[in-house]
Design a protein around this ligand. Structure first.
Ligand code: ATP
Length: 419
């Protein structure tokens, strides 16, 4: 077995896509007499700011000899990658052997949660005895090595079936029939998820950026994602690729505490709402969560109806929040309500006239002057809550590639999935 890792072949303007390059390399491998066992699509740390879009890295698993595989990958990057874009820095790493060693699998796990250096990647490549090549500043070698270790690092593999556009159509509006897409999404749900956003009426599986992808259907099993894709009516499909991925797994999240979390990482954190939600300019919603220290949490405008859930929070609610911390603010991807405040202390009403009483003076309770009634202090009143215990999430249109949709299950409390 040979593992061909590649990354950073894409450009924002030119619209290549590393998944497409992997499919083309797989075709060249087959043409050279090799078999392709699988295509791996690894989503790496979403906090890396020099990513083009979704921080994807790819790996082709084949039985072709390592030297032949290296020659094919090198030639394909030269021919197809957007190497003329100064922000594109492709890298390939070719690894002989069935399984990546523990050091490379560990590198891959860390690449999903941390920022790693090219020096470390090159050291790891040298100890493992792999061949590699870089273009530009060679930054893509980091992702390419992480792609080589990815299959060993996946705890919960998911699938994506990608359909590509004909070359002459790229850059023009995509022709995908909305009704057939919604019907296909309904047919495949819940094994296929995030295909559409019913609330927003959005075709989530159809990208907006220029590039060769027509649509990508994601889900738990390979047969369902393929069958959903085949049910979508659209412009002609040039070629397809099936990828095994870490998308929809929450692999980027680590358990942390408000006191120790730092920028550039994504966490699961517990705390109580200390400052209630407020909507600011642009429709972004912010609140503060506290446990020894406070942390600002945000639901930005693109998270759409999720903001209603966030606005329903009250001071005192106990939560687990998930998301990336940047500039000292956690960008919410999902949260679990652990405990809801169900009463509030209010000024008592007069038992005779029903009006709100007024203060009788400091420490002297409340009274109604007209009826001459009194009460010793504030009283508890039940509050209506439109949240329940359990997990809430952003809608499919706002999902990060690596974030786990609630419909996939395995959460530690009831779930309220969006679809
Ligand atoms: P593409 O389709 O080209 O892969 P992308 O959105 O996946 O687009 P890239 O253009 O690949 O983004 O840019 C990501 C860059 O960041 C790559 O050079 C990759 O090697 C590097 N990178 C990825 N993960 C990490 C990490 N954890 N630490 C440091 N660098 C990383």
């Amino acid at each position: 077995m040979t593992l061909i890792g590649l990354d950073d072949t894409d450009s924002r303007e030119r619209g290549m896509c590393t998944t497409y390059l992997a499919v083309r390399i797989a075709e060249r491998v087959r043409a050279a007499g090799g078999a392709v066992e699988r295509l791996v699509l690894a989503r790496l740390n979403p906090a890396i700011e020099h990513k083009t879009r979704g921080n994807a890295a790819l790996c082709v698993h084949t039985d072709l000899a390592a030297d032949d595989s290296f020659a094919i990958a090198h030639e394909a990057v030269d021919a197809l990658a957007a190497t003329d874009d100064p922000r594109t820095h492709p890298g390939i790493v070719v690894a002989p052997g069935d399984k990546a060693p523990v050091s490379v699998v560990g590198f891959s796990r860390r690449a999903v949660r941390e920022r790693l250096s090219l020096d470390e990647a090159e050291g790891c490549i040298e100890s493992a005895g792999y061949r590699h090549s870089g273009w530009g500043n060679s930054r893509g070698v980091i992702g390419a090595l992480a792609a080589v270790g990815a299959w060993g690092a996946f705890d919960d593999p998911t699938y994506e079936h990608i359909s590509y556009r004909e070359a002459q159509r790229r850059g023009t509006p995509r022709e995908v029939d909305f009704d057939s897409l919604v019907a296909a999404a309904d047919w495949g749900y819940p094994a296929a998820w995030d295909t559409v956003d019913r609330g927003e009426g959005a075709m989530v599986c159809v990208p907006h950026a220029p590039g060769p992808i027509l649509h990508g259907v994601r889900g738990d099993d390979p047969r369902t994602v393929k069958a959903v894709a085949e049910r979508i009516e659209s412009e002609p499909v040039e070629r397809v690729g099936l990828f095994v991925t870490n998308q929809g797994t929450d692999a980027h999240l680590r358990d942390g505490t408000i006191g120790t979390c730092t920028d550039g990482h994504a966490y699961r954190l517990d705390g109580r709402v200390s400052n209630p939600p407020a909507t600011r300019r642009g429709g972004h919603v912010f609140f503060e969560l506290e446990r020894n220290r406070t942390l600002r949490c945000a639901a930005f405008e693109p998270t759409k109806r999720f903001r209603e859930r966030v606005r329903s929070l009250r001071a005192g609610d106990a939560l687990t929040v998930c998301g990336e911390v940047s500039d000292g603010t956690l960008k919410l991807e999902k949260f679990a309500v652990r405990d809801l405040v169900t009463t509030e202390r209010v000024v008592p009403s007069c038992p005779d006239c029903g009006c709100s009483m007024e203060s009788a003076g400091r420490g002297q309770g409340y009274r109604c002057r007209d009826c001459e009634t009194s009460a010793p202090g504030k009283v508890e009143r039940p509050v209506e809550r439109d949240l329940e215990i359990g997990w809430y999430e952003v809608p499919p249109c706002a999902r990060r590639h690596i974030a786990k949709p609630l419909v996939r299950g395995g959460f530690d409390a009831p779930t309220h999935p969006e679809r």
